[in-house]
Structures are given as C-alpha cells and as structure tokens.
Design a protein around this ligand. Structure first.
Ligand code: ZN
Length: 293
C-alpha cells in the first residue's frame, strides 16, 4: 500500500487450481478435480512473500472450491491486509448458468469466503471474464447479493469473452438491484483497437518491453492499470498435459518470466487493492441502454 494515498493502479490475483482454467476443461474433467493434487497453495505463498517484499497489497479473487480446501491460507491473506474477493464457486462460466443458478453460485462462494476470512466480501470476478453482452444480467444479481463492484468485463473482441463497446475506465452501472462499480480489465488503446496487455496470457506472451511501455502510457493518460495473475502462471513445474500446440503455447509459454515481470511492473506504479480505489472514488454512470459513460 502506498503511504501517500495516491495509488490508482490495481493488483489482482485470480486464485484457483491450474485444472480450473478454461483451457484445461476438456482435458481434466470435473470428476477428477478431487483426486488431482492441488498446486496453487505454495504459489500463493510465493506471491504473498513477493507482495510483502514489494510493499504492495492486492485483491485476491478466490474460487470457493479453493477456499474450502485452503481455509488457513484464505484467512492469512485477509490478515496480511490484502482484500479477499470472490471468483465464484467452481469456475463455471456465467453463460452456462441460469440466473438462479448463478445467484446460488455467488451466494455460496461469498458466504463461504466471509465465514472463512471473517470479513465482508464485496468484489467479484467471473471465471473467464464471462460477463458479456448476453450475461449483463449478472450485474443485477451481483448488486442484489451485496457486491459493491465487479471486474469481469474485457472491452475487447475475443473468441470467448469481451464487450468491445464497454467503456475502458471504471464506471457505475445502474442495475435493477442498485448500482455497482465495474472495473473493466485494462486495455491499451491503439488507433481503433483496444489491446489487452496487463495480465494472464498477455503478460506471459507479449514482448515485455511492449507491455511495460503500454502500461506506462495508460498510466500517463490518467487511465487505470489493472494487473492480474493466476498462481499457476508462476508454477514452472506445471504438469505438461497433452493438448493442441496452440493451446500449449497459450497455457505454458512465459511461465518462468511472470514473477520478475510482475515485480518490474509493480515497481512502475502505485498499486493497491480494489476496495481502496472504491472508497471515495467517483465514477461516471453507464447503462446498457445508453451504451456510453
Ligand atoms: Zn479463473
């Protein structure tokens, strides 16, 4: 946490096991989750150590399934001054759920995290950024379930997610159950294109000087930088499973570089958890009908 109170960049970790990631869905069926050895807990410990060294606090969007099996760690994340937030219960994408099922999912995960961490959980990030045009109703459900913010919308064109027309900056969204703030994932505006640069595969696969320059430019324009990383992305011994070559690149490439990349990017900015940015922040209002903020 920055001492001068001027931090505006946001640091986030999506806490799940490697077999929860969408790319593994077709390779490791859910029925095998229980017998698979979890690998993320030691990687979360590494991240906690690094964040201490870098004197930064982050938001941990934690999967309910993971929290149930790593209760002590979840409590320690909270006690170390980081924000405990919700990544849903079992990584089902929103489009695969009915509204009722989604409500049950977030209620279960939020309740579980609050019981374990002993604090209010008011932030949400959907699996695979699955708040898209056809699932915008999810924001109503989240507001109704007591969430203050969401960070699931990627304002880009992508084969699996994204709302390209969505604002690139944090906005208040009016829902049937009240307002909540949406923090869209960071993009670098280049001509007519929104380029994702600040986390996950983009952080691993893009040339690092390009990523760093882009984030500096975003910050210089007064825009919000949101970094996001998964524990399995710093797991250099991640099990090598057989998959199509393009998937292999998307999932394994650059893993050895993430820790140091993250450190250099964090040193460039003034990072903190979402909850701090929410406090006292003023955000323009956006509604799906108007389509602009
Ligand atoms: Zn996830």
């Amino acid at each position: 946490m920055n001492r001068d109170g001027t931090k505006s960049d946001l640091l986030s970790v999506d806490v799940e096991e490697y077999f929860h990631a969408t790319l593994f869905e077709s390779i490791i069926p859910r029925s095998e989750w229980e017998e698979r050895q979890g690998r993320s807990a030691p990687r979360v410990e590494t991240l906690l150590e690094r964040f201490d060294q870098w004197d930064v606090r982050a938001t941990f969007f934690i999967l309910g399934w993971y929290a149930e099996r790593n209760r002590t760690q979840v409590r320690r994340i909270h006690e170390a001054g980081h924000e405990v937030a919700c990544h849903g219960y079992d990584h089902t994408t929103i489009g695969a759920m009915s509204q009722d099922r989604f409500r049950e999912d977030v209620r279960r995960a939020k309740g579980l995290l609050e019981e374990i961490a002993g604090c209010a959980v008011t932030g949400y990030r959907a699996s695979t950024f699955s708040v898209v045009d056809s699932t915008l109703w999810a924001l109503d459900v989240l507001a109704g379930e007591g969430f203050a913010y969401d960070s699931s919308i990627f304002p880009i064109h992508h084969d699996r997610y994204g709302i390209p027309r969505f604002p690139r900056h944090p906005v208040r969204v009016a829902t049937g159950a009240g307002e909540l703030v949406e923090f869209p994932l960071t993009t670098f505006r280049a001509g007519p294109f929104n380029l994702p640069v600040s986390g996950g595969g983009y952080l691993r696969l893009l040339p690092f000087p390009f990523v760093r320059r882009s984030l500096r430019a975003i910050r210089a324009r007064g825009e919000t930088v949101i970094l996001y990383v998964h524990p399995w992305e710093i797991d250099v011994d991640l099990p090598r499973l057989s998959m199509a070559p393009w998937k292999r690149v998307r999932h394994y490439a650059g893993i050895g570089a993430v820790e140091s990349r993250l450190g250099r990017l964090v040193s460039d900015g003034r990072f903190g958890p979402f909850r701090d940015r929410l406090e006292g922040g003023s955000f323009p209002l956006w509604s799906p009908e108007i389509g602009r903020a």
